[in-house]
Design a protein around this ligand. Structure first.
Ligand SMILES: Cc1ncc(COP(=O)(O)O)c(C=O)c1O
Length: 500
């Protein structure tokens, strides 16, 4: 006979032990928040150095709390970069809300599984309330619209374009596959984020069937070129199934003419997807909202709370005009999940509305951030980020060694360093590209401020993007001070004879 198993309680920490561990974690977090403004944004490390410092042999027996927290302290303060630092203005990476971080502990503590309603009653209804709020109240989609929380903009885009493919191809792609009909074609602009290309690849559409429509001098999709490319593809017997409009491009913050793109979609029966991964939350700001006119006509919208809603990574969202289409596109039935919903009156299983099966409660950090801060405070701060970006643009214009590359778009300022007495000789543009590339790298390694780059029509420019509620005017001024100092130093080392 099998003996009665003895308890194995090692992993089952009691609430006091849980509290003590969380308290020490919170102490570390508080210290990080206190020291954040005086820490470097990032450091001058190699992968080898960081690996040697942070990789550990997993012990057979528990590490003591003292040893573990001294290790974590070193990870946090010696070997980490801080997108929540007031002087981080690179890429589009939100600062990370404080209530959102705390809510993540609670999500993990409850550990509900949002694949099924019965495993996550409150969580599923909160996720649905969150996506409905954005769909209806923020973006102006009609009742019946809704969506899901995703890992980020890439997955939100994939989900939207999968729903588009399955609804607009004109045959049963889920069963028959993409090869059962004419080639499907996806249209987007040359400035659209690359995750749409990748979605086309993942959907079997094929990268060569993605059309990169030209842009105007404000980097907005050119509708005349869009129409011309669609006409050519129709003549060739292809099927235009979806068009992507950007509500805030990653390079310059350009907003495509959404209303005109919606007209083209309506003419051709194509799905209208809006990549609002960056710009979407700016619909909460009164002064920025008018820029997005036409977004309410979208069939789907991808937007990223972990960008301009500042919530901790990771959490994106996708909403569709008709929420039922998500289930039609993603549903699979697992026979071990039998339920009698008519009897229980339970709600929908989100694991049947998207690519994930088991799902975490990422919605809570976003929901708690909205509740804790309120809609108006969000609107004010998002508007302020854009104001700071315009302020940086004006400071750039006011200094002889900098050149504004393009008018400020949303909260993005693109500029480059051009040494004042640089000669007008051959190779000037190549040298400026090289100089600004090196300058960006040196700024990032230096750690006092952190910005990134854009390539605009072949020109390498420095790029600041403010999606950071800690950034203020002094931080923006520091960007130019550091860029001018390091730029002059690099120019002295690198400038070729011909340009002296
Ligand atoms: C406009 C736009 N779309 C999509 C993405 C991809 O989003 P994520 O990085 O959350 O997957 C980004 C990322 O910067 C973006 O700027």
């Amino acid at each position: 006979m099998t003996p009665r198993p003895q308890a194995v309680p090692d992993l089952d920490w009691d609430p006091e032990r849980a509290r003590a561990f969380a308290d020490r974690t919170t102490d570390l977090w508080q210290e990080m928040l206190e020291r954040l403004p005086s820490l470097p944004v990032s450091g001058r490390w190699t992968s080898e150095q960081v690996r040697d410092a942070v990789a550990r042999t997993v012990p057979d027996e528990p590490m003591s709390d003292d040893e573990l927290f001294s290790y974590l302290r070193e990870v946090v303060f010696e070997w980490s970069a801080f997108p929540g630092h007031p002087r981080f203005m690179a890429y589009i990476s939100g600062a990370g809300t404080v209530p959102g971080a705390a809510a993540d502990l609670l999500s993990a503590g409850m550990n509900m599984n949002l694949g099924g309603w019965q495993l996550s009653p409150s969580a599923t209804e909160i996720e649905l309330a969150l996506t409905r709020f954005f769909a209806n109240e923020v973006f102006g989609l009609p009742p019946g619209a809704g969506g899901i929380v995703t890992t980020g903009g890439a997955m939100a885009t994939f989900v939207a374009l999968k729903a588009a493919r399955d609804e607009r191809a004109g045959w049963d792609v889920r069963n028959e596959g993409v090869a059962a009909g004419p080639p499907l074609v996806l249209y987007l602009s040359a400035e659209t984020h690359v995750v749409s290309d990748r979605a086309a690849d993942m959907l079997g559409v094929g990268l060569k069937n993605v059309r990169h429509v030209g842009v105007d001098d404000g980097f907005r999709l050119r509708v005349d070129d869009l129409r011309a490319q669609i006409a050519r593809d129709l003549d060739a017997g292809m099927r235009p199934f979806a068009i992507v409009g950007s509500a805030g491009t990653v390079a310059t913050g350009a907003v495509d003419p959404l209303g005109e793109i919606a007209d083209v979609c309506a003419e051709h029966g194509a799905w209208f997807h809006v990549d609002a991964a960056y710009g979407g939350p700016a619909m909460l700001a009164d002064d920025l909202r008018p820029l997005f006119a036409g977004i309410e006509r979208a069939d789907s919208i991808a937007f990223d709370p972990h960008k301009w809603l500042y919530t901790p990574h990771s959490g994106g969202c996708v909403v569709v005009r008709d929420m039922r289409l998500l289930q039609e596109s993603f549903d699979v039935y697992a026979s071990y999940t039998v339920q009698d919903k008519e009897y229980t009156q339970h709600g929908i299983d989100l694991g049947r509305h998207g690519p994930q099966f088991s799902r975490g409660f990422s919605a809570l950090k976003v929901w708690v951030s909205l509740l804790a801060h309120g809609r108006a405070a969000y609107g004010r701060r998002i508007s302020h980020d854009a104001e700071l970006a315009r302020y940086l643009g004006e400071r750039v214009r006011g200094r002889p060694e900098f050149e504004l590359a393009v008018p400020v778009g949303l909260s993005i300022t693109c500029f480059r360093y051009v040494p004042v007495e640089l000669a007008d000789g051959p190779g000037r543009e190549d040298y400026l590209n090289e100089l600004n590339h090196r300058l960006m790298t040196e700024i990032q390694l230096d750690g006092r401020v952190y910005i990134s780059n854009a390539i605009l029509g072949g020109t390498f420019v420095l790029r600041s993007c403010i999606v950071n509620f800690r950034t203020e005017a002094g931080d923006v001024e520091a960007v130019l001070a550091v860029a001018a100092e390091l730029g002059a130093k690099l120019d002295a080392e690198l400038r070729p004879e011909a340009l002296r």
